[in-house]
Design a binder for this molecule. Structure first.
Ligand SMILES: [Zn+2]
Length: 191
């Protein structure tokens, strides 16, 4: 049994900045907030004041329904900090609203993960102040593969300002990347 679970309270947690504080306040209320450009509709998780697509300066903050699909992931067995419970699975999730985020998967075995797995956000406390968004599997048919996007993947979801606390997925596990047909998770020796 190696079921993926939320991390125990007390792990190293992000420290909100002036710009990310509304996001973390939303997480504490179990709301996943993102920003949408009022001019062109560009959506992003990370706080921005200038649209990356049209350079407008009129972003609005909206709440996501918290539903998405699994795009890429890896399974970590050797944590960067001993307070982390292993295994855990950092993942890139494509939210139904069209933005991307890094998070971690919970509620299933690593072997059950697959490209396009339907996911729903869940919130669990990292400490008394920070609540982290995780994604758990939801029932339903395997969805079709999403088109690759050039949009940057925000690391704010799980990594926050402390990017060293979790890792990007291994390059070989990006769908359509170096090994387009690569299947499920694998034990990664150097993590
Ligand atoms: Zn725009």
């Amino acid at each position: 049994m190696s079921r993926l679970l939320p991390q125990p309270a007390g792990i190293p947690a992000p420290r909100p900045s002036l710009h990310s504080e509304p996001y973390w306040d939303g997480c504490r209320r179990h709301q996943l907030l993102y920003q949408r450009c009022a001019e062109c509709g560009y959506r992003g998780l990370g706080a921005f004041t200038v649209c990356a697509q049209c350079h407008a300066t009129s972003p609005v903050r909206e709440a996501s329904a918290g539903m998405g699909s699994l795009y890429s992931w890896t399974v970590v067995w050797r944590p960067p900090d001993p307070s982390f419970r292993v295994p855990y699975a950092p993942a890139v999730v494509r939210l139904d609203e069209g933005f991307w985020m890094m998070s971690a998967l919970i509620g299933c075995e690593p072997e059950e993960l697959h490209d396009g797995l339907r996911l729903a956000v869940e919130f669990h406390p990292a400490n008394g102040e920070i609540t982290l968004p995780y994604f758990a599997r939801r029932g339903g048919a395997r969805s079709s593969r999403h088109r690759r996007s050039r949009e940057p993947v925000s690391a704010i979801g799980f990594l926050g300002s402390a990017g060293r606390r979790a890792r990007q997925p291994e390059a070989g596990q990006h769908r359509g990347g170096y090994h387009g047909g690569l299947g499920g998770p694998r034990r990664t020796a150097d993590l």
